[in-house]
Design a protein. Structure first.
Lengths: 197, 197
């Protein structure tokens, strides 16, 4: 196979979830497209690295510093939602149910995988909350073992700020799900966290 | 979401088999990688268009014209294998079972999808065979309705060259398969094409 095709297949294949067959299909797809299509992809990829930085307040990825959310005067500055990854903000913003600020930890506490407390933006979170304006910290880490450990760690590091409410996203049955098919852990949590009707 | 991230997600999402969720995952993956990784992908994508052309003899995609296979003196110049797409050559070359030349039609005859005879490199194939050195044309189009139609069309266009043998890849049970699970068409073809033991 021609070198440039092999190189493109290899580059696609290094990405997560892209196997050799898919990588091959993508390369040959681009070969059939006009140059403008390949150009757009090529430019978009490099601009990801050149135009995107971390917001120095919330560590979300953004073109500007502070990011659009931190700079938005319409947001509630007394509430901060703590997430593991920037993509979590995308999901939360889509709900339009939260009007406060965010804080991205960039990972979850997982000593088994070598992610320790200092690898996460926890110290920066404590500094933000220490500054005084924040009244509630909503911990929106994943409902996984690592997410749980991260939530507990955040909780511990904010313990000295007794005036600040630290909350966690509710866990229970997902909307639209059948109890018959719910797993044991979810059902147990749904029972424990039952609310008054 | 920041514009450059949205643009990258959109560019990935335009590719076949890449849904919005996968596109998002790819963009955020690249954001976490060193710039060199994004650079390599960006460069590989644009070089696909800038460095790759069609071989003017066999219409395979190549950095050179003629392509490596057409230029290789070690190949058998009396046999030409006709394929639908360049990827088919990759698969056939991997078998190391064919030492002749190739001819890429760039598609299959499919009037329903608007692919007519003139959209395929059939005229160029007839010219190559007309030139005289070729003794056998192996039609290696897909074992599909379109592939079959394409094979019959190639057969018809080469009819006047009675000295040239036109053959087709065998159809039957794939190696390692159970008869119990074979589909009716495959089993029918395997019966029709049975060989002497």
């Amino acid at each position: 196979m021609a070198e440039p095709i092999a190189r493109a297949i290899e580059a696609f294949g290094r990405m997560p979830g892209i196997g050799p067959k898919t990588a091959q299909r993508l390369a040959f797809y681009l070969l059939r497209q006009p140059r403008s299509e390949a150009e757009a992809l090529s430019r978009a990829v490099i601009e990801l690295k050149d135009l995107i930085r971390e917001c120095s307040t919330c560590f979300n990825l953004s073109e500007t510093d502070p990011c659009g959310i931190c700079a938005n005067d319409g947001r509630d500055r007394t509430a901060v939602c703590v997430v593991e990854e920037p993509l979590d903000i995308v999901a939360l913003e889509k709900t339009a149910s939260f009007k406060g600020l965010y804080h991205v930890l960039h990972g979850s506490f997982s000593p088994m995988e070598g992610v320790l407390e200092d690898d996460l933006r926890i110290r920066e979170l404590v500094q933000r909350v220490d500054a005084g304006a924040i009244e509630e910290v909503i911990v929106a880490t994943n409902a996984t073992v690592e997410g749980e450990a991260t939530a507990n760690l955040v909780r511990a590091r904010l313990r000295h700020l007794s005036a600040v409410r630290v909350t966690r996203l509710a866990q229970g049955l997902p909307i639209g799900s059948d109890i018959e098919y719910a797993d044991d852990y979810t059902l147990t949590r749904a029972l424990q966290n039952r609310t008054r009707l």
